[in-house]
Ligand binder design. Structure first.
Ligand code: ADP
Ligand code: MG
Length: 293
């Protein structure tokens, strides 16, 4: 394509809500045959809600929400925001943690009112040799079977509760995935969330390949592996944990509603955070490169 054709394509992109870093980006979309989609915040809204609290014997819901809510209040993760606002709604003002740390891809840990608190995946508790009692393991399994994310809460060395949070699929996601398929692309859902939740989201939007329970630093390896199989990979993501994968992909598409790290790493920004723009972007670049000479 001539520089003029590429300029025209770039201008049309802006009209469609697609910000293109440079005209050369359009060239790299030509061979793309696979689209890797981050789940949380990309295919789903990322606005999670706290739906239920299951407590261990002898533990009250109020103390769980107070300690877990206080810790999650210090994190920006969508799950953390759901837990913190759900907790504040039920128990009122939350104490400030004395100590706090994010554990990427697993949850949060810290000190609240003198208690050593963990909130996150079951794996986070396992890392501290804390197991779930059978009642909480059952609550977790049931929540996940229903397509919800189960978050474990422990303090002072014991599992105390399982929280259920859920995140809705974006209304536009099923149509976006139909459009990507119509362009001959294979969609793959990639997430750090557990397999049951990932499968449920995939089924709702019409994706049949799911790569779940991937640690943030391993997302880039998933992209590399697909490329090693001979695929040309587009990656769509919004999170800090997607940045390396966006940079590694043949084409990185960042949600405009996402983090600065993702936007900086991507080749394209989908300004409206609408996944349908991903299909528009790929169609536009093919058109620009193919039909305009
Ligand atoms: P995704 O790849 O879907 O964007 P993340 O890698 O951010 O997800 O997180 C993976 C999983 O780790 C989450 O599904 C959740 O179970 C757990 N997790 C991460 N951060 C938190 C947190 N602040 N509170 C509770 N759980 C968390
Ligand atoms: Mg995400």
């Amino acid at each position: 394509a001539t520089p003029t054709a590429l300029m025209v394509g770039t201008g049309r992109g802006a009209q469609l809500g697609i910000l293109i870093k440079g005209p050369e980006v359009l060239e790299s979309t030509r061979r793309v045959d696979t689209v890797v989609l981050d789940k949380t915040g990309t295919v789903t809204t990322g606005r999670m809600t706290l739906l239920a609290t299951h407590t261990a014997t002898g533990v009250t819901e109020a103390e769980v929400l107070r300690l877990a809510g206080a810790l999650e209040h210090a994190s920006e993760h969508p799950i953390a925001q759901a837990v913190a606002s759900g907790a504040a709604a039920q128990v009122g003002a939350l104490p400030a943690p004395e100590d706090f740390a994010n554990v990427a891809g697993l949850g949060v840990q810290g000190i609240v009112e003198g208690h050593a608190v963990l909130v996150g995946r079951e794996q986070l508790l396992k890392d501290w040799s804390i197991g779930l009692p059978s009642s909480l393991a059952r609550a977790k399994a049931e929540a996940e079977a229903a397509g919800r994310t189960a978050i474990a809460v422990a303090w002072d060395g014991e599992a105390r509760a399982v929280l259920e949070v859920a995140d809705a699929v974006k209304e536009t996601s099923p149509e976006a995935i139909r459009r990507l398929r119509a362009l001959g692309l294979t969609p793959i859902l990639l997430t750090g969330d557990n397999r049951a939740v990932a499968e449920s989201v995939a089924a709702q939007v019409g994706v049949d390949r799911v790569i779940a329970e991937v640690m943030p630093e391993d997302k880039v390896d998933v992209v590399r592996k697909l490329q090693a199989e001979g695929r040309s990979v587009a990656m769509v993501g919004d999170g800090v944990n997607d940045a390396a994968a966006l940079a590694q992909a043949d084409l990185g598409l960042a949600m405009g509603t996402g983090t600065d790290a993702a936007i900086e790493a991507g080749d394209l920004t989908l300004v409206r955070g609408d996944l349908r723009s991903a299909a528009d972007a790929i169609r536009l670049s093919r058109k620009t490169l193919g039909t305009i000479k």
